[in-house]
Design a protein around this ligand. Structure first.
Ligand code: FES
Length: 103
C-alpha cells in the first residue's frame, strides 16, 4: 500500500514556478508546469545546489550553480555537466493539497 504524505497546498506553488519544501527529512522541490505539479529531490545530482533556487523554463529546471538542466517530469538530466538523473516522486492532488509517495 502506498503511503501518501501531504507536503504543501497547491496554492503554495506559484504557476510555472518552483518552491522548496521539507518533508520526512527530505529536501524536495515542487514544480508547477502548465497547471500540473511535479516533485523531485531538491539537491542537484552534480553538486550541492538547491534546484528551488534555479530557473524553471517550461518543464525544465536549470540548476543555479552550473546551469545543468533536468526535465522535472521524468527527472532526466538534459545536458552537461549533469551525468545523473534526479529522483522524482509520485504525486497526487487531493483537497487542494499536494501529496507525495516518499518511500
Ligand atoms: Fe547543479 Fe553543478 S550543482 S549543475
Amino acid at each position: 500500500m502506498a503511503d501518501w504524505t501531504d507536503v504543501a497546498a497547491t496554492d503554495d506553488v506559484p504557476e510555472d514556478d518552483v518552491i522548496g519544501v521539507q518533508a520526512a527529512g527530505k529536501d524536495l522541490a515542487l514544480y508547477s508546469v502548465e497547471g500540473a505539479f511535479y516533485a523531485t529531490d531538491n539537491i542537484c545530482t552534480h553538486g550541492h545546489a538547491r534546484l528551488c533556487d534555479g530557473f524553471l523554463e517550461g518543464a525544465e529546471i536549470e540548476c543555479p550553480l552550473h546551469q545543468g538542466r533536468f526535465d522535472v517530469r521524468s527527472g532526466k538530466a538534459m545536458c552537461a555537466p549533469l551525468t545523473e538523473d534526479i529522483k522524482t516522486y509520485p504525486l497526487k492532488v487531493e483537497g487542494g493539497r499536494i501529496w507525495l509517495q516518499l518511500n
